[in-house]
Every structure is written in C-alpha cells, then in structure tokens.
Design a binder for this molecule. Sequence first.
Ligand code: PLP
Length: 374
Amino acid sequence: MAYRVRFVNPQRAYQLIKPEIDAAYFDVMTNGELIDRRHLQAFEENLARFVGTRYAVGLNSGYDALHMSLRAAGIGPGDEVIVPAHTFVATCSAVVNVGATPVLVDVTKDFNIDCDLIEDAITPRTNGIIPVHLSGWMADMPRVMEIAAAHRLVVVEDACQSLGSSINGKRAGAWGLTGCWSFYPFKILGGYGDGGAITTDDPKVALFARRMRFNGEDRDSGEYHGHGFTCLLDNLQAAFLDVKLRHLPAWIVRRKQIAERYRKGLCDLPDLLLPHYSRAGFEHVYQNYTVRSKQGSEFSEYLKTHGVEVLTQFRKPYYRHEGLRLEDRGFPETEALSREVCSLPMFPEFEDGEVEYVMDVVRAFYGKCTSPAS
Ligand SMILES: Cc1ncc(COP(=O)(O)O)c(C=O)c1O
C-alpha cells in the first residue's frame, strides 16, 4: 500500500546531507580506500569520543558486536547468560552461537529488563548479562552494574537501539565490558547497508576484536592469533557514518521535539501508553516512539489502512518461535506488550504536518476527532 507517512524516510535524509555524503563517497572511491583505511579509523575515534570510551572497533553488524563481545569475555559452553525476554532475537542468538545458554528474564513497562527478576535467574553457571537498551531508552544500568558486581557477571550492553542515550550523563555503551552497536539503516545512526561496532575501555578486548574481525590476523605482523571471522566495518560505510555522526546531536534534539509533540497530542487517551517515563537522570533519544495500545492489532491495522506506516515489533515473542528451541518460562509483561506494541513514525526529517496527521489518525481511532482524510 502507498503510505502517506512512512515509518522512516532514508531518501529524505540523504537529500538533506547529500553534499557531505557525496563528498565522502568520492573521497573513498577516488582514493580506492576500501578496507581498514583512514575513514574507518576516524569513525572509530569519533564514535569512542561520542560514547565516552577509550576504544571503538568497527564490525559488520550489531550481531557481530554481541558475538565478538561474548567471545572476548571468554563466554562459551557451560555458561549461562541472562537476556531480556523482549528484544531483537540477535541478542539471544549471539549467546546460543557461542555455545552458552541464554536465560530469559521478563521486562518492565519501559520494555527493558526487570532488575527485580535478575537475581532469581542467576545460578552458579551464570557468567554474563546482556541488558538491552530498547528504542533509545536505557535499562537501569546502575542496578544492573550493582547486581553484576555482586555476582561477578560480565556485562555486555546491547545498545544497538540507543546511541546517544544516557543515565546521569554517562552514555549507553560506556557501562559494561562492551557496548554493542548496530548501524542497520533504520537505526538512529544508520548506514547504507549493514554495519556495527563495539565500544570498550578495555585494551585487550579492543585488540581481540581488531584481530578477530580480520580472521584472527594481526595486520601489522601477519600473525594469526586464533580462528576468527570476516566481520570488518567497510571503510565506505564508515565514511558515511562519520558524516552522519556529526549530525546526530542535532537529530536527537529533533527526535525529542517530535516525541514531545506526540506526548502533548496523545496523552489524554487512556488506552494508549506513551513512552515517557519519569526517571531522574535518564535521557531518552527516541530511536523509536513505541506506544502500547490496548486495542493491539486493531489499532496498528487502522493506522496502516489510513496511510501511516507503523512497526509492531514483536507480536510474537522470539522465545515462542519453535525453531529457536528456547524455553518459555512465562513472561507476563513481554506477553502483554507483544499484543499491544506499536511504533509510530519517528525520524528527524519528519515534518510537523506529518506528525499532526499521525496524531489525527490515532485520535480518530479512539473517536476523539473526525476521521482523517484517507
Ligand atoms: C536490540 C538489537 N540488538 C541487536 C541487533 C542486531 O543488529 P544487526 O541487525 O546490525 O545485526 C539489533 C538490530 O536490529 C537490535 O535492535
């Protein structure tokens, strides 16, 4: 169907920064700098500075960042790792693919791991925890770090959806052993293809990732230090991402303005839970504006048929996919939010008139204004 309002609009974003993106492209192409060159190094330095860590290592995807982090931490067969029951499946798959066992924990109303449930899930085999910062809002990291210290757990932050968010000024990706990043095109910092990175303060972890992303090879000496992978962030993608990173602070400001517009226009609807949480020191960057509607799919389908593209991730929780062979131990909050979840369009180039249109459609669904023109 032809949507009047798209969920995101990468074409529009490109038009706004076209001269800079085109210049980056020509710089890379005319100099033939494709693999592990200065654009990648510059982007890594700038990303580390932005996050507040000593190092950033560019990888092929957010999945690779998670996988590499677990390997760097020495997590493998026999280990258990705590992950939220509501997240993108890659968080859990990385654990399974290093041979460890994921132990799922339910989330709270803010979509992130419920810290009150973590200690019950810890066993003598638990070695790690992956808090996920969903949609631009961080998990309660002071609590996670406290629990992890008490039980000697490695913390790997899945920050793929939350670049720029923070708690008391300390950014996502700067708390755990590593922060894991995805530059999938629809992320808050999206490339023009797949991409990812880890951030870390640990020089050994950074060195491990640098070698293992390149089949285990130390590029200076040619020595192989282990059986690695091919999962390096492309130099061309790094050049694009470096351009976009410069704009990110301004884009976050715009996202917050849009979120505030949504809040003002929709906060009186009792069946709609909006993603505004009052927690001192926590800063939301609204990668996604994910609401919960008591009317679930009826609500999301209404928006779609009235020209508003929305995402409903995820109607079916990942642990209920048979092929993943995970244990469903009963996660009431995840079950409830899976029925209700709906992300409204949210991107910096989103125009005020479009935000108003989305709100008109939402309000029309709840019978609060006349039906919008379709
Ligand atoms: C929370 C979360 N974790 C992990 C990933 C995996 O990132 P990628 O798609 O770059 O592998 C994503 C991205 O989709 C994500 O949203």
